[in-house]
Write a protein that binds this ligand. Sequence first.
Ligand code: AMP
Ligand code: ZN
Length: 437
Amino acid sequence: MNFQYWQPDIEKMPRAELETLQLQKLKEEVRFALRTSFYRSRFEAAGIKSPDDITSLNDLAKIPFTTKNDLRDGFPYGFLSIPKEAVVRLHASSGTTGIPTTIYFNRDDIKQWANYMARCMFGTGCTKSDVFQNMIGYGLFTGGLGMHQGGEEMGMLVIPAGAGNTNRQFKLMQDFGTTVVHATPSFLLHVETKMQEAGVKRESLSIKKAFAGAEPYSEDTRRRIESLLHVDVYNSYGLSEMNGPGVAFECQCKDGLHIWEDGYIAEIINPDTLEPVKDGEIGELVLTILCREATPIFRYRTRDLTAFYTEPCPCGRTHRRLRRITGRSDDMLIINGVNVFPSQIEEVLMGMKEVGNNYLIVVEKDGALDRLTVKTEIGPDIFMDDARPLNALKEKIKETIQASISISPRVELHEGGSLPISEGKAVRVQDTRPKDI
Ligand code: AMP
Ligand code: ZN
């Protein structure tokens, strides 16, 4: 295979050199972080008063983990390490309107992010003649602008299509001869279903490649998308806390995602003992960013479960590969690409006095997309045979949940005491989506 590299010197850098580079960048990040009160006190407790107290990569282990809750506690500006006038953009984690985790960028941070993204895309064989249609949400979510600026950096013609509206997507593909698309895997499958319905002929489209990410999917799903849409699908992994997409990406071997180790230090730990797992074992990915000044984050517990490959990749890149993410070590659900914690739904339900005590959150497949149903018992003051207040309550629940998590659920109301009660821990979530990862 004819592999192409955006920055061959860095992508194929011998490990020893790569680690020296990591150490140098780690010290730099420590310097940035010492400007925030959060890390200043954390570092002090760990005996780190200046970047010079970090003398080897092993010193990273002295720094405690950072969690999503830490970031939330620091909302809005607690993790900002530069003066506000030097900030040029912010992004936030998807789906949460409670307390989001917010990340800030200065001009150089954005440039670096675009460079990592360009590296990912170029590594899949894209060229300047490609036309890239970005079919994912623009806005606070990082998938839109993140991929967009990477495509531009690489020199592709980028169509900022945004998510949804398949008919418009087909029209754009046909009008401009789109060759590369980016979407969630569920949206790509949905596109195929809609193509059939709309009678769009595959021959009328020029798409060759698809970047699929933002949610977990299996190798079977990749194969299905590839055979239905006749495209090469590349797995794209990232999270807003670490900029967004561009953290790890598949190369043309399509066997594991290279994590850019000059931009991120990756550790994999046992989520219960918090000790590192043995090389090749599955555990929780912990990431430290080395390529952002405005919001340094150390040892972030991603909650994503994966493992390192132990063999080098045939493409010659020395940056280690991660296995496809197999799940999470917390209860976060990803519904059509949007992160949802069951507690957010619970908060809405339990905040309404008309609602009873028991509820069930059901997530299932509806065609290619995910569907969320919230089943809840009604309180004693509402009667099942009185349609008006029932419908009003249904509507109110639906709207309040939508306002909280940006997803409109189906709502089912049940008589008090009629939903199943489990004997042990309450089972509040029924996720029937196939788990064939
Ligand atoms: P966000 O911060 O909103 O971009 O969400 C990031 C989360 O989405 C990650 O922590 C993962 O749980 C999930 N995610 C992103 N990309 C992938 C992928 N390629 N495979 C599995 N999960 C993914
Ligand atoms: Zn490779």
